[in-house]
Design a protein around this ligand. Structure first.
Ligand code: ZN
Length: 146
């Protein structure tokens, strides 16, 4: 499964990606993209999601890798801890800087959503025969031009 996910992530984003499946403790977060301490881009997706939500979440993160991963800095340790630190730093910046950061964040989310929606349509159209609901769609994405 991880092999197939990493193949699809690389096919869609044009970059080598490490995929990690595990439970994410942070509430309301199904996945995220980060850069590991070794410089490798990684996608973490909550392993407890149902197949449909999982596929959309995974494609959304592939969108972030393709569009927004260039500027990501390597972090060590669990990304959740880093995200908590960033959230507390947020309180220290002024309103204008915060509004600007929020706007940039919202723009990136919308861009990743657009790509995920497009890839979801392609996954339906090119799904392969056989396999599970999820693997037939993931395999189908490998037949697209990305
Ligand atoms: Zn996102």
């Amino acid at each position: 499964m991880i092999d197939l996910l990493e193949q699809v992530a690389m096919h869609l984003s044009g970059r080598p990606v490490r995929v990690i499946l595990r439970r994410i403790e942070e509430q309301g977060v199904g996945g995220y993209t980060s850069r590991g301490a070794d410089g490798r881009i990684q996608i973490t997706v909550d392993s407890g999601l149902d197949d449909q939500t999982f596929l959309w979440m995974f494609l959304h993160e592939c969108g972030h890798v393709r569009l927004h991963s260039e500027a990501m800095r390597p972090i060590s340790g669990r990304p959740e801890a880093h995200r908590q630190k960033m959230a507390s730093l947020r309180r220290l910046i002024d309103d204008q800087a915060r509004a600007q950061a929020d706007q940039e964040h919202a723009r990136q989310e919308a861009e990743a959503d657009d790509l995920a929606d497009r890839w979801l349509v392609a996954a339906e159209r090119y799904q392969t025969i056989g396999g599970t609901w999820l693997t037939s769609r993931l395999s189908g994405l490998l037949k697209t031009i990305g």
